[in-house]
Design a protein around this ligand. Structure first.
Ligand SMILES: Nc1ncnc2c1ncn2[C@@H]1O[C@H](COP(=O)(O)OP(=O)(O)O)[C@@H](O)[C@H]1O
Ligand SMILES: [Mg+2]
Length: 490
């Protein structure tokens, strides 16, 4: 069980941008450090089911790998249960990771695949003297480890200092085009230096403590066969794979293999489970079933889960809280319903929910108790300000403002008196009917989802009305929501 805290976490892959020649065309200089994760801040409570979601390449796996300790953290701090773990090895973080590729040993049975990690691993037990009493002494092994780590941090600090001095010197003579990159590099390095100083301070304090204070010692022993057997059987029972324990991976289906991979993580009794797109290799039907099983597993284990997916439906159905990411930047962290009801920007609004939210580029202007909305094709609508969510004051100053208006298809009603659009395609899905509509000249395309069937046909003219309660407004430039979660406007 674990609580996690990510503070200003960055992942920067240095110099992956194109190499650039200088003015004289001689030297090549790397340009454009690639920031895969930018300023990630989040507190994850013990036992939460967190989902990281976003398009491919947005930094989900990188963040997960930094938490697991498989990837160095370039900047910022990661705490597990209040302990700073930037310098703690992956194997000592007590975190289990499950991947899309199950990474099972093909020559081992399911039982041995699950037990493998346990057989390899040694567990701490109290170190006793001949009288059977706990030994309390200076932990020399820990002191050696801390000394070594301190040396490593010192070296890092020295080379960072050197790089920083070089960048500062280069800045003095740098031309216009190099300045920006150099200043950015100096910024990163300065942040990194501050964190390193903090880490060195902590390491020194730890070293001072452990080299002078006797502590209860432990020794590491292999788990007994019986202990391992109990754990494997426990996991197999929860996962419903008892009858598979003698089979090899090649004899199993994808879903069964994924269960074995989960079992292997479970028996370790980790503080947290990190799952990176674990269901991507399964077909749609099995994926839905496994989705429910993983949620059930979480309910049983009550351990912290962090689950990565690019599929917003998976995110919405599984997460207690969801982190929506785009291009390395967290867009919103919220519950599924809040993401759906109160997206904080246009990207989140468009990413969550199917069919996708409709967006109209419109001009808004306050007219007394109403908001006058002018669509791209010139049609106008009056929306009642009392029924809209509260809009930022500066947009209601009586002037015209260009914004994005977002509304989901199920929140648009048919109304002969309303805005006129032309039906292009009609899809009857059974429970709902999707109408693909097109506004007049220069206007947007949008989808309306109605519950009832109807006799409309492509080419027909259709009147529509926006339901005020469900209207979202986003600034045209920043694409940030300009509405609060409350209703009514003064
Ligand atoms: N070792 C690396 N070196 C350089 N760039 C990398 C490396 N690993 C990942 N990236 C880049 O970082 C970005 C985020 O990758 P990743 O976290 O795998 O995305 P996701 O899991 O959200 O699809 C991608 O643009 C990817 O190309
Ligand atoms: Mg990934």
């Amino acid at each position: 069980m674990a609580k996690l805290l990510l503070r200003h976490v960055y992942k920067i892959y240095p110099g992956v941008g194109k190499a650039k020649k200088n003015a004289k065309g001689e030297q090549k200089k790397r340009s454009g450090d690639f920031v895969a994760v930018r300023d990630f801040n989040m507190e994850i409570n013990d036992g939460e089911f967190i989902v990281f979601v976003g398009p491919s390449g947005c930094g989900k796996s990188t963040t997960l790998r930094m938490i697991a300790g498989l990837e160095e953290i370039s900047g910022g701090e990661l705490y597990i249960d209040d302990q700073l773990v930037n310098d703690v090895d992956a194997k000592d973080r007590d975190i289990a990771m499950v991947f899309q590729s199950y990474a099972l040993y093909p020559h081992l049975t399911a039982y041995d695949n699950i037990a493998f990690g346990l057989k390899m691993r040694k567990v701490p037990v109290p170190k006793l003297n001949e009288q059977g009493e706990q030994v309390v002494a200076i932990d020399t092994k820990r002191v050696r480890r801390l000394t070594k780590n301190l040396g490593k941090l010192g070296k890092q600090s020295a080379s960072l200092e050197k790089a920083l001095a070089a960048s500062r010197r280069a800045l003095e003579t740098a031309g216009e085009d190099e300045r920006e990159q150099l200043e950015r590099e100096i910024g990163y390095a300065t942040d990194k230096q501050a964190l390193l100083a903090k880490r060195i301070e902590r390491a020194e304090a730890d070293l001072a403590y452990y080299s002078t204070t006797p502590v209860p010692l432990v020794k590491y022993v292999h788990m007994s066969k019986d202990e391992i057997d109990t754990k494997v059987k426990w996991a197999a029972e929860i996962l419903g794979i008892e009858e598979l324990l003698d089979s090899r991976p090649s004899e199993m289906s994808g879903g069964q293999r994924q269960r074995i991979a989960l079992g292997r993580a479970m028996v370790r009794g980790p503080k947290a489970f990190l799952l990176d797109e674990p269901l991507s290799n399964l077909d749609a039907k099995l994926r839905t079933a496994m989705r429910a099983e993983i949620v059930k597993l979480h309910n049983q284990l009550k351990t912290t889960f962090i689950y990565v997916t690019h599929d917003q439906i998976e995110a919405m159905t599984m997460g207690t809280r969801i982190v929506v990411m785009k291009l390395g930047v967290v867009q919103q962290i919220d519950t599924p319903t809040n993401l759906f009801d109160y997206p904080e920007n246009k990207f989140v609004a468009g990413f969550i929910g199917t069919p996708q939210m409709n967006f109209f580029e419109v001009d808004i202007r306050r007219e007394g108790d109403d908001l006058l909305v002018t669509l791209q094709d010139g049609q106008r609508v009056l929306l009642s300000l009392a029924e809209l969510r509260t809009i930022e004051k500066k947009y209601l100053d009586g002037e015209m403002h260009r914004v994005w208006l977002g509304i989901r298809g199920e929140n648009i009603q048919l109304d002969d008196q309303g805005v006129q659009a032309t039906l292009t395609i009609k899809e009857v899905l059974g429970n709902t009917t999707q109408l693909f509509l097109h506004l007049g000249e220069g206007g947007d395309d949008f989808i309306v989802s109605v519950a009832e069937r109807n006799a409309l046909a492509p080419g027909d003219s259709v009147g529509i009305k926006l339901v005020e309660r469900f209207v979202h407004l986003f600034d045209k430039e920043t694409e940030q929501s300009i509405m609060s979660r409350e209703y009514g406007n003064q």
